[in-house]
Write a protein that binds this ligand. Structure first.
Ligand code: BTN
Length: 248
């Protein structure tokens, strides 16, 4: 079943709101969607540009999975975002970049930020935060960004409204989540690999304290990036900024 969607005009951050609700004891899964965020947050402490016109959505949900397994939800989210963009974008233009950026014609169009904590019930709460550039792309980002409005299919004049996009996203997410729950992670990872580019070429991973250069060598069974360095060492990268096909 698709969780209900709360559509708000403005909030600081839908992830922050999900955290507040989880900490207040919320037990029912729901989507929190805002037309505008005043303090949207991205990965690695960055701000997420949150002007009206783009989609800012967080699914708050509880799970009894262990944290390492629950983290696989990021792959579920990337597939759902790819389905949302696929419904409106030029055929063949949507791809995923490890671990969870969703791209249009090779430029970032959406990002995912997962936050979690322990619920009063002892279960783990997950805030699956998703930002999709529907109408406009931020300027001045480290790597070029784009938006759906610049890549619409020829028979579509405008990107979807926020509520229409949120519904498509929520339904796609529910389908992938149901597959994950019933069949496990492997089919999710297979579908994700089929949509992901750059997993076999030059790559640079910027981690907290070091930069690792080498060649991407696919992903491990848990989705970690396999990066082979020039001296033949295999590094498993689970988090960080990774650039494919380019120098850092
Ligand atoms: C990234 O840095 O790529 C992740 C960006 C995630 C942004 C979304 S917008 C909805 C949700 N609320 C937030 O404050 N952040 C996430």
């Amino acid at each position: 079943m698709t969780p209900p969607i709360d559509l708000l005009d403005e909030i600081d951050s839908t992830n922050a709101e999900a955290r507040r609700r989880a900490e207040a004891g919320e037990t029912v899964a729901r989507w929190i969607v805002a037309r505008r965020q005043s303090a949207g947050r991205g990965r690695r402490g960055r701000a997420w540009n949150s002007d009206t016109g783009n989609l800012f959505a967080t699914l708050l949900t509880l799970t009894h999975k262990a944290p390492a397994e629950a983290a696989q939800v990021t792959f579920v989210a990337a597939l759902a975002v790819a389905d949302l963009l696929d419904a409106f974008a030029v055929p063949g233009s949507v791809s995923i970049k490890w671990p969870n950026d969703v791209m249009l014609a090779g430029e970032k169009a959406a990002g995912i930020l997962i936050e979690s904590g322990t619920h009063a019930s002892g279960a783990l709460w997950l805030a699956v935060g998703i930002g999709v550039n529907l109408a406009h792309a931020p300027e001045g980002t480290e790597r070029p960004a784009t938006c759906l409005a610049s890549h619409l299919r020829s028979d579509i004049a405008y990107p979807p409204s926020i509520d229409a996009a949120a519904r498509v996203l929520a339904e796609a997410f529910a389908l992938w989540q149901a597959r994950w729950e019933s069949l496990g992670f492997q089919p999710i990872l297979d579908a994700w690999i089929a949509r992901t580019s750059g997993l076999d070429g030059p790559c640079v991973a910027r981690l907290g304290h070091e930069t690792v250069e080498g060649t991407a060598d696919g992903v491990a069974p848990d989705g970690a990036l396999r990066l082979r360095t020039a001296d033949g060492q295999l590094r498993l990268i689970s988090a960080g900024d990774v650039f494919f096909g380019v120098a850092a």
